[in-house]
Design a protein around this ligand. Structure first.
Ligand SMILES: NC(=O)c1ccc[n+]([C@@H]2O[C@H](COP(=O)([O-])OP(=O)(O)OC[C@H]3O[C@@H](n4cnc5c(N)ncnc54)[C@H](OP(=O)(O)O)[C@@H]3O)[C@@H](O)[C@H]2O)c1
Length: 306
């Protein structure tokens, strides 16, 4: 399938990028896919950067030099006090897959007591009305933030480039066939570093308060087309084979997915075989740099496929 340009959906005016003083910014869920990029962009923007990491987090090495490490658990808000002391902004990510939202109201009250700004990594699911407020963390946390005095910015992201690439990588390393559901599902996935750059801008520049941005990559690509990009970049012949919906659901639940998330994801992918995912030019409009393509991501990470 040819790579299709994404239609602009939400015009954003570029903003000045420098704040007079050096803001102190805390990143939560800091050692995942987005956090290390967010840390690098915030440091580059002149912020003092703190990372909230679990007491036994083995991935602190992913964070760039110069980041202050604070041990704490979003599920136990009293452990956050030192990390939040004196912060101006929070790059907020909620690891919804492993952490229920019970502690979110208390965490947000603590953030509101000290910080001025929050950039919250939300989801395209909220943007298109797929996430009910009572059944998924992103819509729920957006609602909580709207009820605070904080200057929030919602980063309603599509999937990350790393999701599909990492999902396919194991199968690419061990064979020439990739089996996965809904090869025709067409997404506008975004480079996780570009998402991080938008959030860093929202926390260090004026003009992003109370904005909900749809953050996507620059193209709509089917999953099968993404696999062909991997094939071209790595010089391999790779074939896509669809797994049926029910078999895919069973495999996901067996692998630990909550059944409601497995159903939500598979139903969404089914709709994307008929209607490509929405997209935007927010990355370029906010950061001034073009969003990186899926091919760019694969070229940066070819070692994962060998
Ligand atoms: N992936 C997508 O396509 C997608 C789409 C829409 C929205 N999002 C949002 O994007 C966010 C960022 O994703 P990501 O992949 O960078 O990270 P993530 O997978 O959500 O978070 C992983 C990080 O959270 C830490 N963590 C887990 N439980 C914690 C707790 N109780 N307290 C503090 N930290 C905890 C993990 O530490 P350990 O490694 O030590 O466990 C790890 O550093 C997600 O939270 C999600 O809400 C993602």
């Amino acid at each position: 399938m040819p790579e299709q340009p994404v239609q602009p959906e939400q015009p954003v005016q570029p903003e000045p990028s420098v704040q007079p003083e050096q803001p102190v910014v805390l990143i939560t869920a800091a050692t995942g896919n987005v956090g290390p990029h967010a840390a690098a962009h915030l440091l580059q923007a002149g912020a003092r950067v703190r990372a909230l990491v679990l007491p036994d987090d083995p991935n602190i090495g992913r964070l760039p030099e110069g980041v202050e490490i604070h041990r704490g658990d979003l599920g136990d808000p009293d452990t956050l006090d030192a990390a939040l002391d004196g912060v101006d902004g929070v790059f907020l990510m909620w690891p919804f897959f492993s952490l229920p939202v019970d502690s979110a109201p208390t965490v947000l009250r603590k953030i509101e007591a000290t910080a001025r700004r929050v950039a919250f990594v939300s989801s395209v699911g909220v943007h298109i009305g797929l996430e009910p407020v009572d059944n998924n963390c992103h819509a729920y946390i957006e609602k909580l933030l709207e009820g605070t005095t904080l200057e929030w910015t919602f980063l309603r992201t599509t999937g990350f480039h790393c999701n599909s690439a990492m999902t396919f990588a194991d199968q690419v390393r061990t064979g020439d066939i990739v089996r996965f559901p809904y090869g025709a599902a067409t997404r506008t996935s975004v480079h996780e570093g570009d998402l991080a750059a938008v959030g860093a801008k929202a926390l260090t520049a004026e003009g992003h308060a109370r904005k909900a941005y749809l953050v996507s990559g620059p193209q709509a690509l089917s999953q099968a087309a993404q696999l062909q990009v991997i094939a071209e970049v790595t010089g391999r012949e790779l074939t896509w084979e669809d797994i049926e919906h029910d078999a895919a659901r069973k495999a996901m639940v067996d692998a630990g997915w909550p059944p409601s998330y497995a159903d939500g994801a598979l139903d969404y992918f089914e709709t994307l075989t008929r209607t490509p995912e929405v997209g935007s030019n927010v990355v370029e409009e906010v950061t001034g740099r073009p969003a990186r393509t899926f091919r760019d991501w694969v070229v940066e990470h070819t070692h994962l496929f060998h």
